[in-house]
Design a protein around this ligand. Structure first.
Ligand code: MN
Length: 245
């Protein structure tokens, strides 16, 4: 049975067709898999587990349905949904996993990340990330009324979008040196991540060893999925996955 990896779905009420695809995936191929990993940015924005803005309740219910089949569901924080918390875990049966995490994938030690930590050339973003990931900042943010949190999230997003327009494409991709250093530090020759929206399987040599970096795609476009079995990784689009499995 395969293990499925997805990320960067950016689910929101603005793209009902992607929501439908996700629900189909949960009812179909994901149930024929060993486990499902969501490596960040499941939703477009998450301002706390008490946010019941549509389509969040529907998403929680679909994830809970999936979990009831007994298959493990692992969720990593992305830069859009880093406020997913313990209530989300209770409501869905998902297990939040750290970024980065190391897993054993058919006997291949594999590093899982959202991917934003590898964009080290974007120093302004890394500074912002450290700021909003601090437990103190999160405690204060989550204590705000929902409407204020929504306004804050909108402001942060507008700031990030205007900043992105100033940045060169290379700055917003992963830094190859950071990739190598992080893989070496974790003793892995395989990395799976999302975030950059540049789906690909990169093969290279690391310390004289064959290494692989598998990049998931986003669901603004077709949506990609990594279907990983004994033979290794297959990077396929979601529609193909639904049709085949
Ligand atoms: Mn991201």
């Amino acid at each position: 049975m395969p293990i499925l990896f997805i990320s960067d779905l950016h689910l929101s009420h603005e793209r009902p067709e992607k929501l439908a695809l996700f629900f189909e995936l949960l009812r179909g191929p994901a149930r024929r898999a060993q486990a499902l990993y969501i490596l960040g940015d499941l939703v477009e924005v998450w301002i706390g587990d008490d946010d019941t803005t549509p389509p969040h309740p529907e998403i929680l219910a679909a994830l809970a349905d999936f979990s009831r089949t007994g298959r493990p569901l692992y969720v990593m924080h992305g830069n859009r949904d880093f406020l997913l918390g313990s209530r989300f875990e209770i409501l869905t049966g998902a297990q939040l996993i750290a970024d980065p995490s190391v897993i054993d994938l058919y006997e291949v030690k594999t590093l899982l990340m959202h991917g934003d930590l590898l964009c080290t050339k974007d120093t302004a973003y890394q500074r912002f990330r450290r700021h909003v990931r601090a437990p103190d900042w999160q405690r204060r943010a989550l204590a705000l009324p929902l409407a204020e949190r929504a306004a804050l999230a909108g402001q942060l997003r507008a700031d990030s979008q205007s900043a992105m327009q100033q940045k060169a494409m290379a700055i917003m991709d992963v830094d190859p040196e950071a990739v190598e250093q992080t893989m070496i530090a974790h003793g892995v020759a395989q990395l799976i991540h999302g975030h950059t929206h540049r789906p690909a399987i990169h093969r290279f040599t690391l310390n004289g060893q064959a290494a692989r970096r598998i990049v998931l795609g986003d669901w603004y476009g077709a949506g990609e999925i990594v279907f990983y079995d004994e033979q290794g990784p297959n990077l396929i689009d979601v529609e193909t996955c639904l049709a085949r499995f």
